[in-house]
Ligand binder design. Sequence first.
Ligand code: NZQ
Ligand code: ZN
Length: 386
Amino acid sequence: MNNFKFQNPTKIIFGKGQIASLKDELPQDANILLLYGGGSIKRNGIYDQVISALGDRRVEEFGGIPANPEYAKLMEALAVIKARDITYILAVGGGSVIDGAKFLSAAALYEGDEPWDILTNNISTTKGMPFATVLTLPATGSEMNSGSVITRAETKEKLVMGGPGLFPAFSILDPEVIHSIPQRQLANGITDAFTHVLEQYMTYPMGAYLQDRLSESILQTLIEVAPKVMEDPTDYTAASNFMWSCTMALNGLISKGVPTDWAVHMMGHELTALYGIDHARTLAVIAPSHYTYNFEAKKEKLAQYGERVWNITEGSTEEKARAAIQRTEQFFHELGIDTKLSQYTDDYEGTAEEVAKRFTERGWKGLGEHQSLNPEDARKIVEMAY
Ligand code: NZQ
Ligand code: ZN
């Protein structure tokens, strides 16, 4: 096991009816920016619960944060923060709204001229404006981590930022918010969380028994609850296990002491930036090709995953590993998720070259757990995913 430090300061408030606890958790004297997305919270009752818990605090609202939070829109919100002396951000939404709040938290205290530099220059945020979240869509884990992914339509880019100053102060996780989530987003959430675990697990054996079993247990739980959540989002047992699995998949715990990959996400982000494909679906497109392409380097963990998570017990290490990739792709299909790029766009020719070109321009010469996946490898993987 590698050496590690682990600190996660986010307080989690989990359970039915817990949105009301905003009343006790938010500082009384804060000037709050209530940040939300396209309006689902106004239709499903979450907005009303939040407003009633806020009481007589000073609150400014900013809605319209789109899926894949857009830089230009966030710059409008930043202007409101500055004009209205906002001191605290409350994000009510899924990963996009929460990531948007993280960008604003960093940008509000950023001293440079152009906040986009935070993303292009990899500036880590050590102190941001305080913020908290009410999670409405289990998927990204953003509610308990310090990472954020921001999109800029103008340049068709989707880049990552973060830093120890960007953990939410607290996050409210009420599994009942799942009732109103459309099937497509439920499937996305399951797929995204599942792939988050794979990115931190599907590397090489490290002798980190507990981390492996924590990862495997999250995968098994997601597999168990997936059909139940899709069938009946009001099934509280399924919903609560789904929600907590998504948070645990990316709150930093399972990656401690082990190598991590994340190349699937880096390639996937380009597909969203280029074609607007839902984040989770880009992962389902890339992951099978990525594991097939890097088969030799990953086959021990693939076989272990096949055995422990999918009960694939017959055959050699190679056979179990191959079957595990197939079973994973089948799982995505069972969720109604297509796993080939050509199923999302007719315009896919040239995508692999474009991804490789972007990686080269950014100097991303060595991704993955061995820092060895170069732009040419990315080109081949994306091409395999056509
Ligand atoms: O915008 P509204 O109207 O609220 O509708 C949203 C949106 O259309 C809807 N929705 C959310 N909660 C709902 C609901 N509809 C009905 N009932 C509810 N309770 O769902 C749609 C998608 O929302 P979004 O926030 O975009 O989805 P998700 O949570 O999957 O977030 C995706 C974003 O997170 C980034 C992705 O790249 C993408 O931009 N990621 C962030 C990560 C992180 N910060 O750690 C890690 C991830 O790998 C990911 O990259
Ligand atoms: Zn993801």
